[in-house]
Write a new protein. Structure first.
Length: 325
């Protein structure tokens, strides 16, 4: 818990990609910041390059931030100031993948900030440990058949067993480098070679789930372990297999069903207990395909379609975690 005076306004640092480059109408981080500002929180902005450790203390070069729900002008920054990160109530880590070595180093800085008084969302250790594709292995009962390997022969065997599969790198986002392969596809070997760098890098293959065509790739948002009651349904275009909005999928929505709630009941409590307050489950048909912990998106679409305030739900959960309203 932060050592800030509890009568003072709460203070939040957001660590994100350059705010000038976001798409404000779709950006979930902006929605969260708008909710925080509406609740009277003071906002500070930083990118990865603004953070450092000095003699074990986490510091940041932090700019005062004001946000607006305006597609023409969605932010204003003040002059940056140096401050110890542990002095803030909450640090919101919203840097997008790729999950590379620099990302890992940033989580070390955030670990120190957490030890020095700030609540970090999502928890830095969880960000390191819960790779969005690999972490599904902790919940095999919730997932379709899945293989994570560097061995191209094992990938070929998996394809022969299931007839049609999805192949993905472990570090990507937004539908990048996702392949759907049929047994007779003559490109299969070159795809396996590309994804594994000729057996030097792990990749993931999953049984293809045909429900993606009609039911879409659905994003369920968990806040402090509990699901938002609607899923963002992303339906691939006729020219693409991928259910990613960045890849041209169509955004719809649907209420959660009993299977969704069962999946959330299995996965949500473990994420909550690990300090992962804001998570996106990707669900196709009856199965979870990814567990997104770095910077889940989709809340702007759900807010607009259903009159929700998902960012506000998260801010209320964060306020409860750091104490008081």
């Amino acid at each position: 818990m932060s050592n800030q005076n509890r009568t003072a306004p709460r203070r939040l640092v957001v660590v994100m990609d350059p705010i000038a480059e976001i798409k404000p109408a779709k950006d979930s981080t902006l929605a969260i910041l708008l909710a925080a500002q509406a609740r009277g929180w003071q906002l500070r902005y930083a990118t990865q390059g603004d953070l450092w450790l000095l003699d074990g203390v986490a510091f940041g070069r932090l700019s005062p931030l004001e946000v607006f729900d305006d597609a023409a002008r969605w932010y204003a920054l003040g002059a940056p100031e140096i401050a110890a990160l542990g002095e803030f109530d909450v640090i919101l880590m919203r840097k997008d993948p790729p999950f590379d070595t620099e990302y890992v180093y940033t989580t070390y800085i955030l670990d120190r900030a957490k030890e020095q008084g700030a609540f970090v969302c999502n928890d830095p250790r969880g960000l390191r440990d819960m790779n969005e594709k690999v972490y599904t292995a902790w919940f095999p009962e919730c997932c379709a058949p899945t293989l994570i390997t560097r061995d191209m022969r094992d990938m070929g065997d998996f394809l022969r067993q299931h007839g049609r599969i999805v192949c993905k790198p472990l570090h990507g986002m937004g539908g990048r480098s996702i392949f759907v392969l049929d047994q007779g596809d003559k490109n299969r070997n070159v795809i396996f070679e590309t994804l594994t760098d000729y057996g030097r890098r792990y990749a993931i293959v999953q049984r293809y789930l045909p429900e993606i065509v009609t039911a879409g790739d659905c994003r369920i948002i968990l806040v402090d372990g509990e699901p938002i009651p609607y899923a963002l349904k992303r339906v691939p275009s006729a020219e693409d297999n991928r259910g990613n909005l960045a890849a041209g999928a169509r955004a719809e929505s649907r209420p959660l069903n009993d299977r969704d709630r069962w999946l959330c009941g299995v996965i949500g409590p473990k994420l909550r207990d690990a300090g992962m307050l804001f998570v996106g489950l990707d669900v196709i048909g009856d199965f979870v395909t990814e567990i997104n912990v770095t910077s889940p998106t989709g809340i702007r679409e759900l807010d607009k379609k259903h009159g929700l305030d998902v960012g506000g739900v998260l801010m209320d959960a964060l306020a409860a975690r750091v104490g008081g309203a």
